[in-house]
Design a protein around this ligand. Structure first.
Ligand code: BGC
Length: 683
């Protein structure tokens, strides 16, 4: 019996009923194939347990891992794999078959309320870490669903907005993380986005779902819709969607009418059913890898802790205000209620159902770590929102301490950053900023700890000695921050997105309610800020350590290339020149010097995170191919290497290039210049 034979046993109605979800997060069974109901769960940073009818959340045993932007800040492939695998272990405990993650949309604007669910503003970092998450989860027998394909970059009007974007920008930026992820792993499913791209719903977008995903990228898993993203199931399956989420009671009628009108064929429907059956069989097969026994909630917490430790990013550390050690400080005051009850995640469908019992409170661990130092704590912000009064309070308290540490969470008015809403304001409320600047004025050593999923625009924070980005780093972030503050753990996170001083007003955002024009093209995130450094608070890739690293001996296997298909390697040495063990994230960027086509000054094409003992030196090697030097030529309809001189930058952050080398490339089939000289075709 061939794999398709079962289709003969199903009527048109049965097939039409099969390709939409049963109830909320459950699929339907396919009895002729002995496929039971399968269960999904959000995602992405842990399990969201819901009641069987899907109406309510159930607080449970589930682990809250660092949210995606924090995971991005780890720049650590092993951690991303480990977190994916650990989430799978939670899924197994809850009989969940596939997790609705990872989410790898680009961050076009820091206003997007869901940015904390997305890994980075860079496609390479997002694609590589997203792939590790998928490999980790699937290695434990749990399916994944990579979302939201594509260009869902704002929550305002996400269900109606038409993203107007040119093909080169789409391919080089908004689709790129998905392309990289799919090159590196084979997720069981991909979820399309709510929005339209160039006038066509993502759920009905043949260019996206068929041409790119299937034909070019050869993806053979299941393509599902976001919840409610299907407007017409017939158009959707014709365009290449396979499964509608959640249940659509009109599916049979819509599909039948479309069949009669000749808008779909029965083959379109068969294709969708087959894709679902293949997906389900793959999941059932993978299930053999799952193991319910041996699960340890304490071990899960430990993985969440390791992830949090690697994500927390030391942004500033004037006069070595950190770490907090007894040779520097006798008495420290801890301020802010989020030092007691941290904001560990954002709001919306991704909110894991972790019970409070598993959430580490920073203050408890701070007290644990503080032997020989007096620690006092005041919640400070409890109910007090008056700038003057809060300043008086801070002034009256902090003067008697030799260090003040203020915890601030971006959770004003709601759940924190959240799905369905964008962030109106990228600044903290005035009374919080007033408290921060008063602390810095009155205490010589002041530390600000920020709990947020994305950048917060600073306001009179210049005199603060140290700033630590804690992110929304999951249930164990309280212990992780305490260990970092006291130097028990050396910070090793780096920014996965640019932290800005002022916001851009030159882009069309949030659009006019119907459309949003991505006219800034590739000038997004650091691709824009590399040219506008005055607006940057801390650059992409930035993060300090309690030690220092020396970079030397850059070596490139070939500096003169005459080909459009090549591979080269670049190596360099990194040495820990400080006194404590630490981890460094070495970043490789490429930029062309003599380009005809407009290109970003630098683009990330490689990164490694390594650990070094004091005095230890290691060699890091990066492999590059022609693909890393290509741009998408819309005239040739393919990726293309422009001849010219390129720089390879080895950097500690986008703005801190430590080593560089030049490569000259002669592509004898480079027609860029000829095309550029013509005015009738876009290049
Ligand atoms: C979100 C998805 C999520 C789904 C199920 C949608 O609103 O956009 O990311 O997986 O709901 O909860």
């Amino acid at each position: 019996m061939s794999d398709r034979d079962f289709l003969k046993e199903l009527s048109f109605e049965e097939k039409a009923t099969l390709i939409s979800f049963g109830d909320v997060l459950y699929t339907k069974s396919v009895d002729v194939c002995k496929i039971p109901v399968l269960q999904s769960s959000d995602g992405p940073h842990g399990v969201r347990k819901i009641s069987e009818n899907g109406r309510s959340r159930i607080e449970g045993n589930n682990t809250c891992f660092p949210t995606a932007s924090a995971l991005g800040a780890t720049w650590n492939k092993e951690i991303a794999f480990e977190v994916g695998a650990a989430i799978a272990d939670d899924c197994t405990q809850e009989n969940i078959d596939f997790i609705l993650g990872p989410a790898i949309n680009m961050k076009r604007t820091p206003h997007c309320g869901r940015n904390f669910e997305y890994i980075s503003e860079d496609p390479y970092l997002s694609g590589i870490l997203g792939a590790e998450y998928v490999k980790g989860a699937q290695s434990k027998g749990i399916g994944t669903c990579v979302k939201h394909f594509a260009a869902n970059n704002q929550e305002i009007n996400r269900g109606i907005i038409n993203v107007e974007v040119d093909e080169r920008t789409l391919r080089e930026y908004y689709l790129k993380p998905f392309e990289i992820l799919l090159k590196n792993c084979n997720p069981t499913s991909v979820m399309c986005a709510y929005n339209k791209i160039n006038g066509i719903w993502c759920s009905e977008n043949e260019f996206l779902l068929r041409q790119i995903l299937r034909d070019e990228w050869k993806y053979d898993g299941l393509v599902v819709s976001d919840w409610g993203a299907v407007h017409n199931i017939a158009k959707a399956i014709h365009a290449g969607l396979n499964y509608e989420m959640p249940n659509n009671s009109n599916a049979v009628k819509t599909l039948k009418e479309a069949l009669v009108r000749g808008e779909i064929t029965e083959n379109d429907l068969d294709e969708a059913v087959l894709a679902y059956v293949d997906f389900a069989k793959r999941l059932l097969d993978m299930k053999k890898l799952t193991k319910k026994e041996g699960y340890s909630r304490a071990k899960q917490h430990e993985i969440a802790y390791r992830g949090a430790c690697e994500s927390i990013t030391l942004l500033k550390n004037n006069n070595n205000a950190l770490p907090l050690t007894k040779d520097k400080y006798n008495k420290i005051i801890i301020l802010g209620s989020s030092a007691k009850t941290p904001q560990i995640q954002g709001g919306g469908s991704s909110r894991t159902t972790v019970s409070d019992a598993y959430i580490d409170s920073p203050i408890e661990y701070i007290i644990n770590n503080s032997e020989g130092i007096t620690i006092d704590y005041i919640p400070l912000f409890d109910g007090m929102v008056n700038d003057e009064r809060i300043q008086q309070k801070v002034a009256s308290v902090v003067g008697e301490y030799d260090c003040a540490v203020m915890f601030v969470a971006n959770n004003y008015g709601s759940d924190g950053e959240t799905e369905s809403f964008d962030r109106d304001n990228l600044k903290l409320p005035n009374y919080v900023n007033a408290a921060i600047s008063k602390m810095a004025e009155k205490c010589k050593n002041s530390v600000l700890v920020l709990q947020s999923g994305g950048p917060i625009i600073p306001y009179r924070w210049d005199n603060v000695s140290a700033v630590v980005q804690m992110w929304y780093s999951g249930e164990a972030s309280g212990r992780a921050i305490a260990d970092i503050l006291f130097g028990i753990v050396n910070p090793s996170g780096k920014l996965s997105e640019t932290f800005i001083k002022s916001e851009r007003t030159d882009i069309d955002y949030p659009g006019d309610g119907i459309k949003v024009k991505y006219d800034e093209k590739l000038n997004v995130g650091y691709r824009y800020y590399d040219r506008h450094p005055v607006d940057v608070y801390f650059p992409f890739g930035h993060g300090l350590s309690y030690t220092e690293f020396d970079y030397s001996d850059i070596n490139i296997s070939s500096a003169d290339i005459v080909s459009d298909r090549f591979s080269i390697s670049v190596s360099c040495k990194i040495k820990n020149i400080g006194n404590v063990v630490g981890k460094e994230i070495i970043q490789l960027y490429i930029g062309q010097l003599d380009n005809i086509v407009d290109k970003p000054m630098k683009e990330l094409k490689g990164f490694e995170k390594i650990e070094l003992e004091p005095g230890e030196e290691k060699t890091v090697t990066f492999a590059l191919t022609n693909e890393d030097f290509s741009y998408y030529n819309v005239c040739m309809h393919r990726w293309h290497v422009e001849s010219g001189r390129y720089k390879i930058y080895i950097a500690s952050s986008l703005a801190d290039v430590r080593l560089e080398e030049s490569v000259s490339i002669l592509n004898e089939r480079d027609y860029t210049k000829d095309m550029w000289d013509r005015t009738d075709i876009p290049v």
